[in-house]
Ligand binder design. Sequence first.
Ligand code: SAH
Ligand code: SF4
Length: 354
Amino acid sequence: MRGEFAAMINLYALDETELAGFVVALGEKPFRAKQIWDWIYNKRVSSFEAMSNLPRATIQKLSRSARLGELAMAARQLSQDGTEKRLYRLPDGQLIESVLMPYDDGRQTACISSQAGCALGCVFCATGQMGFGRHLSAAEIFEQAMIFARDLAARGERLSNVVFMGMGEPFHNYDASLEAVVMLMDRLGIGARHITISTVGLVPQIRRFADEGLQVKLAVSLHKSDDSERSALMPVNRRWPIAELIDACRYYVERTKRRITFEWAAIAGENDTVAEAQRLGQLLAGLHCHVNVIPLNPTGGYAGRPAPAPDLERFLATLGQCGLNATVRVRRGIDIEAGCGQLKTAVIDADAIR
Ligand code: SAH
Ligand code: SF4
């Protein structure tokens, strides 16, 4: 049974030419490939049975030799605010998470993973705390968004935005992440401006990304404006300290003429002070950017707490006085541990108890 399963072709992993080759190899006419492509990506059906203009025999052949995707749902949680979080098991047993966030204005944003686990070890991050599993393939990254797009299509809705802010560091898995971006644009019709890649700050990749000529948005996780303090929270800072990181960000802005976003997980007493805001103001002076402040999501392996509301307000007001454009991002799915890596941790903890 397992052998048979392994021999199945994942159609999401094929491009249009490869799909045509596969369909012809099954003994079908080439035009069937176009119909199948249309069912998968335009009509967004989730089964071969739904492909109603295909002959019965074709559907049977497809069912025996191919599958639509390889992610198996392992857990699912729905938040009171409508945020939906999913944990998927990959064929080799690795677990990854993705989240769908509906917004009042009709936007539907998928937050997807680029790796199982993460090698960068940021101390406040649930994914960092679990270590590195493996890189995801482009198809595995893409499928997370595809499944949401499919589920939304079934109720007449559309996936509008995708953010690479789930598990893993997309620039540590650069080629697969970029390939997945192209798949999102070509197959799901999601505009580059509606896709955001978030990086911990891998300097060479930020420069490379700037040279790609894509309109995809870039977010950089900064969180601290002092090198030794940032290194304590984010080990990557020892390799690529703040000055080099900001240089690369300036290069990105000059090269692309695009605004860059800095993410700031506000931690009580750690990075929510007036002094910190002033230092950040100096660091980012003259850079076309936006600071996205997100109160920390507490995690099991880190004692930090979210910045209290009054400190957050003062921090933001100070940034404003320094001429920085900054907003607080509403925390989504807080009741379902929708923070990066948190569902997997919860499921593993629950397994350990059993
Ligand atoms: N590896 C990439 C993208 C995934 S993490 C990166 O680090 O940017 C997405 C965002 O969530 C990052 O800004 C990260 O710093 C932040 N994050 C991780 N753990 C968090 C937590 N416990 N609370 C708030 N933000 C967190
Ligand atoms: Fe990795 Fe990003 Fe988490 Fe850091 S914050 S450990 S880079 S996923």
